[in-house]
Design a protein around this ligand. Sequence first.
Ligand SMILES: [Zn+2]
Length: 145
Amino acid sequence: MDIKSTLERLNKSKFRASFHLKKEDIEYIKKKGWNTIQAHCQDFISKRLAPAIINNDGKQTPTKGHPVFAAQHACGCCCRGCLSKWHKIKQGINISANEINEIVELLMAWIHIEFDNFKETDIRPVSKTNNKKNNKATPVQLKLF
Ligand SMILES: [Zn+2]
């Protein structure tokens, strides 16, 4: 997998590009350190995505609560359907150790970029204009495929 071109491809999807690390994710990374984040990433992919049969496939990845979750949605690695669509990884079979490593590499690259680009100023106080926008916003659970 070519990380750079894959990230560029994902960035062209409005839905995928809408995911970003939040302030609490940045603080979590600072607190836990990169090795731990990578270990979590490896663990999530191995347990929640790699098995051939996953009972809650399509719903196993929350949209927030861990930097890796945000990365999974941003990178089309949230469920086997998305892995198949974005990364041509076949459904219904175990994901190989090699593929797991590639997925982890991609997710960690995304998290590093987000971390480096994160600015406190990105968090704007909710203004009246923003409120109006938010009211019109589509539901959080958009189509995942
Ligand atoms: Zn998905």
